[in-house]
Structure formats: C-alpha cells, structure tokens
Design a protein around this ligand. Structure first.
Ligand code: SF4
Length: 245
C-alpha cells in the first residue's frame, strides 16, 4: 500500500503528490470536505484524530521508491499536519525528516498549532519545505465561527512573518473564500510575508456561495494582488467566473 498518492480534481491544483499522516482532524472546520471524501460523518472525523497505521514505515518505502522524483509531496489534504495530536506524535516532523533524507521536495498546508510550527522552522528551512498557511479571515471571531479549533488569525500571521524572516518559502491558501471583504483584508495584512498566493472560492455550500458576487471578487482580488506585485494562482472554479464577468 502506498501512502504517497496523486491527488485528483481541485486538490491537484495544489500538489501533484500528497500524503495524509493522520486519520481525522480536530480543527472541525465547518466547510471541511474530508468527511465526505472519507465517507464518514463530520462528527466522527472531527472528534478525534489518530496516526494512520504504519504511516511512517510506509512513507519510508514510498520515499525510497520515489527518490529523484522532482514532484512536490504535500502534507496533508484530509487532515492538518500540525493539529494538536502532532504535539505528542510528531509524525509531521518525522515525515519531513524522511523526505529530507531521500532528497524529496515537500510542502505543508496548515492552520495548526503555531508553537509546533515555530519549533520546526529550522527543519523546514533545511528541508526546503514550502510552508502553506490557510487564512480566509482577518476577524478572529469569524474565523472561530468557521474554524473553531484551528489557530487564531494572529498566530497564523505571526507564523508567516517568522517563517519569511527565516528564509522559508511561504504560500498562503486563500481558500475557501467565504467573505470577500475578509479575504481582501487577508491580502492586505499578509502580503509582505507571502511568496505565493492560491485563491479559491467556497464550494459545496450553495446557500452561502450564492451570497457572494464571485465575478466581482475575482476582479477585486486580482487588482489588489497585482497592485502589490504578488505572485498568485486563481483556482479553476473561481477562474470560471472570469468568462461571465
Ligand atoms: S483543517 Fe482541513 S481537514 Fe482539518 S477540519 Fe479543517 S478543512 Fe477539515
């Protein structure tokens, strides 16, 4: 069994290869797609997380098989690699060490524990990790409503600042955009510490999606990103609104 896999669909726009280290994710984001992907309920997926069986042993095998592969491996799509359980398990740290040992490119996507990420900055730098932070809001009360157990806005901005200062490549996943005003403020607040932006709309929440003028948001976001000289990628589901504008 392989634990490094080729993502499909929207996830593919983020990374050609990925690996999920934990089963479950206790951040409990309201927009989370993982329970549907894993054919389980939000209650089950978000209540507790556990290490995937033999995941590091299997990753060692995959890493050795993939040696020399230029593609980047992302941790993780169906869980957060720096959710609280990482504090005791340290799977993410060990996984990055395995990829470093096998000279494989890696990236992390997280809205997790700031203290752990800051503790790992030396390793991330050594492993040339591209550190991705998800941030869709600047108002922490709104963040808490949508991502109840994830890290605060202030913590995420601070991670970006410290990582950028340490010379680590940083990227920001501005996805899902839920409130356009909040998303544009994220760009304003974080742009000095972000090397690359990925921008994507909310999906699978039709009622909420209908409250947003996506064509207008696309124009506003691109105008701002260009004005700030930012490098960015607009995901296809948001790009689709360009033709309609
Ligand atoms: S961090 Fe990702 S996997 Fe975890 S609950 Fe939030 S959306 Fe789901």
């Amino acid at each position: 069994m392989y634990v490094v896999y080729e993502p499909k669909g929207r996830a593919r726009e983020y990374s050609e290869l990925a690996c999920n280290l934990y089963r479950g994710c206790t951040h409990g984001c309201r927009y989370c797609y993982a329970p549907a992907c894993m054919r389980t309920t939000s209650g089950q997926w978000h209540t507790q997380a556990e290490p995937r069986k033999d995941v590091l042993k299997l990753l060692e095998k995959d890493a050795s098989r993939l040696q020399g592969d230029p593609r980047t491996i992302l941790f993780c799509f169906l869980c957060d690699p720096y959710q609280p359980i990482e504090r005791t398990e340290r799977l993410t740290r060990q996984a990055i060490e395995i990829l470093l040992k096998n000279r494989l490119n890696n990236q992390v996507l997280t809205k997790g524990c700031a203290d752990l990420i800051l503790e790992d900055l030396d390793l991330l730098k050594k492993a040339n990790t591209k550190l991705g932070i998800t941030l869709s809001f600047v108002d922490d009360a709104i963040r808490q409503d949508w991502e109840p157990h994830a890290s605060t806005v202030a913590d995420r901005l601070n991670i970006l600042k410290e990582a950028h200062k340490a010379g680590i490549y940083t990227w920001l996943s501005l996805e899902p955009v839920i409130d356009p005003g909040q998303a544009l403020s994220v760009i304003q607040s974080a742009h000095r510490d972000v090397d690359f932006w990925k921008v994507g709309k909310l999906n699978h929440m039709k009622k909420q999606e209908e409250t947003v003028d996506w064509a207008k948001f696309l124009v506003d976001a691109e105008t701002l990103l260009k004005k700030l000289g930012a490098k960015y990628y607009i995901k296809q589901d948001l790009q689709a609104f360009r033709a309609k504008s």
